[in-house]
Design a protein around this ligand. Structure first.
Ligand code: HEC
Length: 110
């Protein structure tokens, strides 16, 4: 009886912790590439890279994010913008390898 109570308290207590920050997971680092250093410099001043690495956005959505971040104070040089978008979309695009998966799913459904 008491044991069951303890277990449920533990479960309830740990849920908000996990959803808030997932403290046990350090988060994925930014993948290496020519843009890694630039993105790291421009984008990890206010929040860590996890904010970026957990996203799955289209190029258009990343473009909107860059606009939003610039509105908040981020500095993305106009000349680098295309490369930022290419890097972000390549690594954090909508469903990694999504093209292949989508094709597979489509053919499996038939
Ligand atoms: C001046 C500080 C600042 C800089 C620099 C910055 N961000 Fe942010 N970013 C924020 C804040 C504040 C939020 C939270 C905004 C919110 O929740 O509405 C955020 C949230 C985000 C999110 C999550 C948005 C969401 O809808 O949850 C992404 C993705 C993101 N930033 C990407 C970037 C990228 C890419 C860069 C580099 C170009 C960058 N940020 C640079 C302040 C910054």
């Amino acid at each position: 009886m008491l044991q069951r109570f303890v277990v449920s308290v533990f479960l309830f207590a740990s849920v908000p912790l996990v959803s808030a920050q997932a403290p046990s997971a350090p988060g994925k680092p930014l993948p290496p590439g020519p843009m890694q250093a630039k993105v790291k410099a421009a984008c990890t001043q206010c929040h860590n890279a996890t904010r970026i690495t957990e996203q799955h956005l289209t190029r258009k959505q990343w473009s909107d994010q860059l606009d939003k971040m610039e509105g908040l104070g981020a500095v993305v040089p106009e000349s680098d913008r295309n490369e930022f978008l290419a890097y972000l979309t390549k690594n954090f695009g909508p469903g990694k390898g999504g093209g292949k998966t989508a094709v597979k799913k489509a053919s499996a459904a038939n």
